[in-house]
Design a protein around this ligand. Structure first.
Ligand code: PLP
Length: 393
């Protein structure tokens, strides 16, 4: 299948929706509430309260000390103290989670090396291509769970041909399936990573959707405690997306957080990641940094609001899954989050047929992605059946 352009498909869906209110636009990963509103009031207020001069001036390459402090606090929350007992930490601002991912690949990848990614994934190849790295896939699912065996087999292969291996895990609420690893699966992954102690492993922990984890804001951060078991050859580099957590997708803010076992690892990050940022975008947008810093002072209030969004999303997911079961619609394992992936033998053809029924989804290599985040709960009702009518035909 040729490379899909999600933004382009989403644009065509938006145009169709503007002409016909019955169109269901489940294309893009942006959260709309049940009144079809995207902007979160507290974020809007923080934007209007910005000091214009601060927003227009050059920022610091790492976002400045206040941002660094706030982003560590946001990502680790009540796990911070415990994590700091074990690891040295480094952080900087980036243009979206995308910027963080790009920095990791460029800084830690050796040109021509292969990076371990699941066979169902977000579009990491764009960042890999830019860093002159290659994809190496592991199978994602075995039955209803993560295929630990193939993960280990493929990592075993890569560690036999490369000293350093970058491993990408997008969890929880994986894009495009909505799968989340269980604590037990994470424990096994940690043991597998620990077992390759002749190598240097970089775990890219892509937490783009963690603030919508149905397990809750605090539990979504439990893995950081589990990471304390990691041996020194495994560095965790976390890509945080403020686009998702604050519904400010076009503002382009994210953060990269590194957990280091040694001063050398930390020093390498400080020098080389910052240099890569300087060579790419100089500084992340000051507007995003300013909004984030303002909201960080009202964290508890904002987290309460996030909980209401998560519960709306959970409800949409429950309706879709129930109806998928009732209608024998085959989907990949879903645990929560923005997307569900429907199995399809011919995604491009099914995508086109669904448009005839006013349903816009994203055709992917192994299925059709349904963005539950982008449609109202009312629109979810009956959707699985309508998709089944096309996919099952
Ligand atoms: N990671 C995943 C899995 C995503 O789906 C996205 C965006 O869709 C991102 C990271 C990065 O998002 P952004 O750069 O907008 O923060």
């Amino acid at each position: 299948m040729s490379k899909i352009d999600i933004l382009k498909i989403a644009k065509s869906a938006q145009i169709a929706k503007s002409k016909n209110e019955h169109v269901i636009d489940a294309t893009i990963g942006m959260f709309y509430n049940d009144d079809s509103k995207l902007i979160i009031p507290a974020v809007e207020k923080a934007y209007y309260d910005l000091d214009l001069l601060d927003a227009f001036k050059y920022g610091a390459t790492d976002g400045g000390p206040m941002f660094v402090e706030n982003v560590i606090d946001w990502v680790l929350d009540d796990k911070r103290k415990s994590v700091e007992e074990k690891f040295l930490i480094g952080a900087l601002s980036t243009p979206g989670g995308s910027g963080a991912i790009s920095l990791i690949f460029n800084t830690y990848g050796h040109v021509g090396d292969k990076v371990l990614v699941p066979n169902l994934r977000w579009r990491y190849e764009y960042f890999l291509n830019a860093a002159k790295l290659k994809v190496h896939e592991h199978n994602m699912f075995k039955g209803d769970g993560f295929d630990l065996e193939d993960f280990k087999t493929q990592l075993n292969y890569l560690t036999s041909i490369q000293k350093r291996v970058i491993v990408v895990i997008n969890d929880p609420c994986h894009n495009p399936t909505g799968f989340s690893l269980s604590d037990k699966e994470w424990q096994s992954i940690i043991e597998i990573l620990n077992s390759f102690d002749k190598n240097e492993l970089i775990l890219v922990y892509d937490i783009a959707y963690f603030d919508y984890d149905p397990k809750g804001f605090k539990n979504a951060r439990n893995n950081f405690l589990a990471f304390k078991q990691l041996k020194p050859h495994v560095q965790v580099l976390t890509a945080f997306s403020a686009s998702k957590s604050f519904a400010m997708y076009g503002v382009r803010l994210g953060g990269l957080l590194g957990l280091f076992h040694t001063k050398e690892q930390q020093a390498f990050f400080k020098v080389h990641v910052l240099e890569d940022a300087l060579g790419k975008w100089s500084t992340a947008p000051s507007v995003g940094v300013g909004i984030f810093n303002k909201l960080a002072t009202k964290k508890d209030e904002y987290v309460q609001y996030l909980i209401t969004l998560t519960s709306t999303l959970k409800q949409r997911g429950e309706i879709f899954i129930k109806e998928a079961l009732e209608n024998n619609l085959d989907i990949y394992p879903y645990r929560g989050g923005f997307f569900v992936l429907v199995k399809s033998n011919n995604p491009e053809k099914d995508y086109e047929k669904l448009i005839d029924d006013n349903i816009y989804l994203i055709p992917m290599e192994k299925g059709l992605r349904v963005a539950l985040c982008g449609i109202t709960t009312k629109e979810v009702i009956g959707l699985a059946k309508r998709i089944k009518n096309v996919v099952g035909a």
